[in-house]
Design a protein around this ligand. Structure first.
Ligand code: MEV
Length: 438
């Protein structure tokens, strides 16, 4: 393919598929068949998915699973997860079971504040700008009354608007730094609508402000947008138990606890390890965030920024042993919604939320944080004991067998065989060949 296409988005779905199949693939007939095979048989459901984004050709499946037996603040949850990585759900389920008879997980909401900013350039006297800002602040709030009305009725709205001088970084750069309470909504649309109106009001008011010079009247709004950095939209999840309750195969409870804490400490001080450590946490977090129709890119961006809040990228989890008690916890910023967005549109998202007993955004924050902590517990537990490959390769076995074209009966026999054998690509290939020759 070496020609651009004009007006692609205006083509019908069939025309788009034709174009892609013919221009970009070796076997257009097979391509079309494949894309159609992944359509939903119910045209209404397919239409819904087609309309989520532009230029939809088909659906892209991920497994939708649940990790049961999570005891969180005394309540049981089966946590829905959408993820492709073979060991994640198994690891989460194992961690849930491990903590079940030790009191389960405890969680606390530490804050629910969302953030948005109007970034603007003002060339002039900073003191005059501050006086102007204090004067127009009530007007700024009034100008968004029609947007905030419903949110306020439910107890949310705008918490604060601040003028921030960032002209030390960029000449003339200031911000309206705004904080919001968006209740059960993730709030992106609400926040962005408020910010765009603030920007308009700011600019209009500056034009008529008598104390400003002509240059000062001409505020240049660069952009108005929410921030995915939400260090005050924070949740804590924790587990704890006496060290001697950490009964693990082939290692004493004391040694396990020590090694576990050491591993977490390493992730605290060593960025190469911290990134992988946190990636393991995000295996659990993203899977629930995705299953519940939330924006995992927003969560990822905010979480990693939070992991660097002290100037060094470090672990999101922490562990201690004090007076014979092992404690393990996470504090993580999560801006999530359980209303709006995909939550009432995508049938599987609706189901995921129903499985979680239709949580509020605060409850979902707690469940997601627990999924991250559990995932990290399972990963670090494997790392400091058997190593990660044992469990990982066992879970990956089916993928390998599928790739090697094993039949259902061969798969069943080999899954049984590898219960007590080491799984590697070579050992699986050899065992399959041996079975096929027998
Ligand atoms: C793999 O997806 C995640 C791990 O690497 C996390 C970790 O190392 O802690 C196992």
């Amino acid at each position: 393919m070496n020609t651009p296409v004009e007006g692609f988005s205006k083509l019908s779905k069939a025309e788009k598929i034709d174009w892609i199949a013919n221009q970009c693939t070796k076997d257009p007939v097979a391509t079309k068949k494949l894309l159609e095979r992944y359509w939903n048989p119910d045209p209404q459901v397919q239409k819904l998915h087609d309309e989520f984004i532009e230029n939809t050709l088909s659906n892209y499946y991920l497994p939708f699973a649940v990790a049961p037996n999570f005891l969180i603040n005394g309540e049981f949850y089966a946590i829905p997860m959408a993820i492709e990585e073979s060991s994640v759900v198994a690891a989460a389920s194992k961690a849930a079971k491990f903590w079940l008879d030790k009191g389960g997980f405890k969680t606390t909401i530490l804050g629910t504040e969302k953030v948005g900013q109007v970034h603007f350039i003002y060339k002039g006297d900073a003191k005059k700008l501050r006086v102007f800002f204090n004067e127009i602040k009530p007007g700024l709030l009034e100008s968004v009354a029609s947007i905030t009305q419903n949110m306020e009725k439910r107890g949310g709205g705008i918490n604060a608007i601040e003028l921030r001088d960032r002209s030390d970084k960029i000449s003339g750069y200031y911000q309206l730094h705004c904080t919001f309470e968006t209740l059960d909504a993730m709030g992106a649309n609400f926040i962005n609508s408020c910010l765009e109106q603030f920007a308009k009001t700011l600019k209009d008011q500056a034009k008529g402000h008598l104390d400003f010079s002509e240059e000062e009247k001409n505020i240049e709004v660069v952009m108005s947008i929410l921030s995915n950095y939400v260090p005050n939209c924070l949740v804590r999840a924790e587990v704890e138990c006496p060290v001697d309750k950490l009964v693990i195969k082939d290692i004493s409870a004391e040694e396990f606890a020590q090694k576990f804490v050491q591993a977490v400490n390493i992730a605290n001080v060593e960025p190469y390890r911290a990134v992988t450590h946190n990636k393991g946490i995000m295996n659990g977090i993203d899977a629930v965030v995705l299953a519940t129709g939330n924006d995992f890119r927003a969560v990822e961006a905010g979480v990693h920024a939070y992991a660097s809040k002290n100037g060094n990228y470090s672990s999101l989890t922490h562990a201690t042993i004090e007076d014979g008690i092992f404690k393990f916890w996470i504090e993580i910023p999560l801006a999530l919604g359980t209303v709006g967005g995909l939550t009432s549109l995508h049938p599987l998202v609706k189901l995921a939320l129903e499985i979680l007993q239709n949580p509020s955004a605060k409850e979902l924050m707690q469940i997601v944080a627990v999924a991250g902590l559990a995932q990290n517990f399972a990963a670090v537990k494997s790392l400091v004991t058997t190593g990660i490959q044992k469990g990982h390769m066992k879970m990956h076995l089916l993928n390998m067998l599928n790739q090697m074209g094993a039949t259902e009966s061969e798969k069943a026999q080999l899954v049984h065989y590898f219960k007590h054998e080491t799984v590697t690509n070579a050992s699986v290939k050899e065992a399959l060949e041996k079975l096929q020759k027998s």
